[in-house]
Design a protein around this ligand. Structure first.
Ligand SMILES: [Zn+2]
Ligand SMILES: [Zn+2]
Length: 238
């Protein structure tokens, strides 16, 4: 948000059939990342916002016509508080299982205010138990007839993951903070990040549900988005 701009009340919205945007800096709290809801019979949340808006996100799940008590899983793409801070409320209130990569899990479980960047946001970080820790390069989570594939895409943080899901003939990629920023406080790694971005390009996703800038489509726009950042952070860039 630019200086002098006033807060806008934006409604939650449908990204595609069965995928909704239920939280973001415009919809819920300026500190929130984009929070996506996926309906695969049970409900899955991709990231949870910074925390103070978690109840509002739960209400937004109702506003898009879904029942928050069906929320089985919160997948956290990385440890930063703007993505993970709200997870505890969904775990406590709805019994949702929190899933994230083992390499970022410790910061969340310890409520580490540096690694989670809570300090940057001047937010409290409630230590949050992680129910399912992902490991290795790739793991699929199954929900009925569908799978959400979690790819380990280190770079922004060591345990960053990106998710993809094939639904209705389209491939949806959830790539949160794949643009960075990169900082030593986060243990960022640009060499690992470039490899991660090549893996994402190879998916040839049709839709990118991004963490702070919104939704990109079609396929060419998704590739252009990733390639733009690869050029920005090229090995020989200043
Ligand atoms: Zn981040
Ligand atoms: Zn972020």
């Amino acid at each position: 948000m630019g200086q002098g701009e006033t807060l806008r009340a934006v409604d939650p919205s449908e990204v595609s059939e069965n995928i909704y945007l239920v939280g973001s800096s415009d919809i819920t709290d300026p500190r929130d990342c984009a929070v996506y809801l996926i309906d695969l019979g049970e409900l899955i949340l991709v990231d949870a916002g910074a925390g103070p808006s978690a109840s509002q996100i739960a209400r937004n799940i109702e506003r898009v016509g879904q029942d928050p008590s069906k929320l089985s899983t919160v997948i956290i793409t990385h440890c930063h508080v703007d993505h993970s801070g709200g997870a505890r409320l969904f775990q406590k209130r709805f019994g949702a299982q929190i899933v994230m990569h083992e390499q970022d899990a410790k910061a969340v479980e310890d409520g580490n205010t540096v690694m989670s960047a809570a300090q940057w946001y001047n937010l409290h970080f409630e230590p949050t138990p992680v129910n399912v820790k992902l490991w290795g390069q790739e793991q699929a989570l199954t929900f009925g007839a569908h799978s959400i594939v979690c790819l380990h895409t280190p770079g922004h943080t060591p345990g960053s993951i990106s998710l993809y899901l094939d639904l209705g003939g389209k491939r949806f990629l959830f790539g949160q903070d794949i643009h960075g920023p990169f900082h030593q406080d986060f243990d960022s790694d640009l060499v690992a990040w470039r490899r991660s971005m090549q893996r994402l390009l190879a998916l040839e996703a049709d839709v990118l549900c991004e963490g702070h800038f919104g939704v990109y489509k079609p396929k060419e726009q998704v590739a252009a988005y990733i390639e733009h950042y690869l050029e920005t952070y090229a090995e020989n860039s200043p």
